[in-house]
Design a protein. Structure first.
Length: 403
């Protein structure tokens, strides 16, 4: 097997419970984003654009849709004779096997995959972040610093820093201390969950971590703090572009809406850094003579006969006459009946909404908004009957949730 300078390991096995009904049968990295993409398209496209041609994707929860979507890696130019994209689920070896117990354990269980390529460096990525990043610049920084490990960081408002893993550094960007969600943060440098390790050093510390029965087998909680404790050379690589962890309904909604700002907070039209994905083969979108579309993303295969304002429509969506869609996200192949109003909502894949419905328009004091805030959320594959009323902030998981 040809030796690689760097191999990427992409963590894509999380359940994504904070995304609620959107991940009840789908792994979080496979959730649709931005009209025509899936979340995992962003780290995979970053790898392709950064000329990293070997990627191990560690899956676990509801892997079928994600595995099918990845295929042989061709959409991201990762269908290589030497290298490519590899799906790495948990497996049984000999007389034992177990689920991935943490981010570090997932990589530990796949050390044999890495050994095939004997890389100098290993890039660790998360499958649930939206951003465009040139990993080759981070690798160059890592080499110049002669680092054992490098952590990508982004500046966050200091009053929000207690929500993140915070890196305290010296003037040379060397990490002196790592604090997981500190009550009184000393820095605004938040970890992005993107790491580069020297392979031999990583392998040694993953073996140590695997032997520690008290470890949670997590990079942020265990491996990185232990390396700091042992005075390893660890540096923070500052990133100043757009980055969003889309692990909650609100952050997923906000990231989609960020594509509609003027100019967009995340530019998808940049031909020098394309975001690739597996696109459906559908005809161009159609807008009837009665349709009104403004400030929206409308993807191929859509049919619009009503009004769409400041919204994101995925492939194959149909909006009937007299219907008004505003500040909303309609997932692939959802159908909205005539004379319906939808405001600040996410409508799941393959969901059919009937005629004369009110969704996200009215307010109810009885709604628990802890999951979605004022965003109304309808699960995938639902059938909402005519004249249904779904108040602002309600989560519709099953037919009984609909008034």
């Amino acid at each position: 097997m040809k030796r690689k300078k760097i191999v990427a390991m992409l963590l894509a096995g999380g359940q994504g419970s904070r995304l609620g009904v959107l991940t009840s049968t789908t792994a979080k990295p496979a959730v649709p984003f931005g009209g025509k993409y899936r979340i995992i398209d962003f780290p995979l496209s970053n790898c392709s654009n950064s000329e990293i041609d070997t990627v191990g994707v560690m899956t676990q929860y509801e892997p079928l849709a994600l595995n099918s979507y990845l295929g042989n890696g061709q959409p991201w130019d990762l269908d290589r004779n030497s290298g490519g994209v590899f799906v790495l689920p948990p497996y049984i070896s000999g007389d034992h096997g177990k689920w991935y117990s943490g981010t570090a354990n997932a990589v530990y269980q796949n050390l044999k995959f890495l050994e095939q390529y004997n890389p100098e460096y290993v890039l660790i990525l998360s499958g649930d972040h939206i951003y465009k990043m040139d990993y080759s610049l981070m690798l160059k920084f890592h080499e110049e610093k002669q680092a054992d490990a490098t952590v990508a960081v982004i500046r966050v408002p200091i009053n929000e820093a207690n929500r993140f893993g915070i890196m305290n550094t010296d003037d040379n960007s060397r990490i002196l201390q790592f604090e997981e969600k500190p009550k009184a943060p000393k820095s605004d440098l938040a970890s992005m969950g993107v790491y580069i390790f020297n392979y031999k050093k990583l392998k040694a510390y993953l073996n140590i971590d695997a032997e520690d029965k008290d470890s949670e087998n997590d990079f942020g909680k265990n491996v990185i703090p232990l390396m700091l404790k042992n005075s390893c050379r660890m540096f923070a690589f500052s990133f100043d572009g757009y980055w969003k962890d889309v692990g909650t309904i609100k952050s997923l909604y906000d990231a989609n809406m960020d594509l509609l700002t003027n100019p967009p907070k995340l530019q998808l039209n940049d031909i020098t850094w394309r975001i690739y994905g597996r696109n459906p083969i559908l005809p161009p979108h159609y807008a009837s003579g009665d349709a009104e579309i403004s400030h929206s993303l409308v993807t191929e295969g859509c049919e619009v006969y009503g009004t769409v304002k400041h919204s994101v429509l995925f492939a194959g969506v149909k909006v009937e006459k007299g219907t008004v869609i505003e500040d909303s996200i309609l997932m692939p192949y959802s159908v909205i009946g005539a004379d319906t109003q939808i405001k600040k909502a996410i409508v799941g894949e393959n969901t059919v909404v009937g005629c004369n419905c009110l969704i996200g328009v009215e307010v109810s004091d009885s709604i628990d908004n802890s999951l979605t805030g004022d965003i109304t959320l309808i699960a995938n594959d639902m059938n909402v009957s005519n004249r249904a009323s779904i108040p602002k902030g309600k989560v519709v998981r099953k037919k009984e949730d609909i008034v």
